[in-house]
Design a protein around this ligand. Structure first.
Ligand SMILES: [Zn+2]
Length: 116
């Protein structure tokens, strides 16, 4: 279980493996408050999505950030990435589809990866 805290001064997102009322920001020493994330795969509540490494609050927001994440990964790795959202049915059926839905990637599957 990973718990997220958000620094109010530098907006740094801090992930820790233990829960606490507050943690101290490594960068600016401010006290960072707990971010209450939700991992609800059947509906799009605000949650921290590990595929886009950001908080998403609705489907449109998620898809925008997904595109940005794919572009960043493509640039960083030299490999074209394309991410598409999973439908709830696909998420239920991911083992059958052999879709890689790693921990925290419950809204996302990688559909294409090819070398330029
Ligand atoms: Zn900070």
């Amino acid at each position: 279980m990973i718990y997220h805290y958000n620094c109010p001064s530098c907006q740094r997102l801090i992930a820790v493996e233990h829960t606490a009322d507050a943690v101290v920001c490594e960068r600016c020493q401010s006290t960072a408050g707990r971010v209450w994330g939700f991992h609800v795969s059947s509906s799009m509540k605000e949650h921290f999505n590990h595929a886009v490494r950001d908080y998403v609050s609705n489907q449109r927001d998620f898809e925008d950030k997904l595109k940005m994440a794919a572009e960043k990964n493509s640039i960083a790795t030299g490999i074209d990435h394309e991410y598409v959202p999973l439908t709830p049915a696909e998420m239920m059926d991911h083992e059958h589809l052999k879709v890689d839905v790693g921990a925290g990637n419950e809204h996302t599957k990688r559909v294409a990866e090819r070398t330029r």
